[in-house]
Design a protein around this ligand. Structure first.
Ligand SMILES: C[S@@+](CC[C@H](N)C(=O)[O-])C[C@H]1O[C@@H](n2cnc3c(N)ncnc32)[C@H](O)[C@@H]1O
Length: 231
């Protein structure tokens, strides 16, 4: 993971109580830093045990502000602030139909499921077969049985359940894959890291009848999108 200093793997020793304290502290920190604003996203981050989504060698670092390696080719669980960084501008909310491209550990889809609630829908795609099986196991262990998991090239989206209210791409793409724009509802929003020369920008798209509005939020650093719209 270029650009990040990942701590060395070690035997996990932290208790559930310690993780709970760290989770509460992290949520408080993200709120005071201005990343977390909405009550639903805050409650989701307090509820989902991030440590369950992390390989045992890195589990004790669950609440460190660093992406951690996952089984599979270059996959990572993004750092904790990434989730409100994406979901707040996206305006992810109750009852939304949400598509995530880049399932990774499954943590982001669990948070999204808590936010959209029982009437909403989360669909998440990963291209990597090893990462996909890891996420599936994590979500089962954490009790999330109602997220639609798809192993395929997420650049193509998942037309079977389109259109979506919100779409999040969690890997850096040279440009937003056109099928994902097609699968976004009118009035919907999409967020993605987009490669621009040597940097990546977090881009928010808003689709209306007439046009696509594009806003750059900040610079970011994500693993590259694979597949036909990737690198
Ligand atoms: C930063 S990680 C995702 C983190 C994840 N959201 C989480 O909460 O753990 C990016 C993921 O995108 C996946 N990926 C890369 N290219 C993809 C593609 N074309 N379609 C679907 N997934 C892709 C990688 O396998 C990796 O798991």
């Amino acid at each position: 993971m270029p650009g990040w200093i990942v701590p060395p793997p070690k035997k996990p020793i932290k208790s559930n109580e310690e993780f709970k304290r760290e989770r509460e502290a992290k949520v408080g920190e993200l709120r005071s830093q201005g990343f977390l604003k909405s009550e639903r996203i805050r409650k989701a981050m307090l509820k989902v045990p991030r440590e369950v989504f992390i390989p045992s060698g890195y589990r004790d670092y669950a609440y460190h502000e660093v992406p951690l390696p996952l089984p599979g080719e270059g996959s990572t669980i993004s750092c904790p602030h990434s989730y409100p960084l994406f979901y707040e501008p996206l305006g992810l909310d109750k009852d939304h139909k949400f598509l995530e491209v880049g399932l990774g550990s499954g943590y982001g889809s669990a948070i999204a499921k808590e936010v959209v609630g029982s009437e909403g829908l989360v669909v998440s795609i990963d291209i990597d077969p090893v990462t996909f099986e890891f996420a599936k196991m994590n979500l089962e262990n954490a009790g999330y049985n109602d997220i639609v998991l798809v192993r395929s090239d997420g650049g193509l989206g998942y037309p079977e359940l389109a259109p979506y209210d919100r779409i999040s791409i969690t890997a850096a793409c040279p440009d937003i894959p056109p099928p994902l724009i097609d699968q976004l509802k009118t009035g919907g929003k999409l967020i993605a890291p987009v490669i621009r020369e040597k940097f990546q920008e977090l881009v928010l798209l808003e689709k209306s009848e007439e046009r696509l509005d594009r806003m750059v939020i900040c610079k970011v650093l994500y693993v590259n999108l694979r597949g036909i719209f990737g690198l």
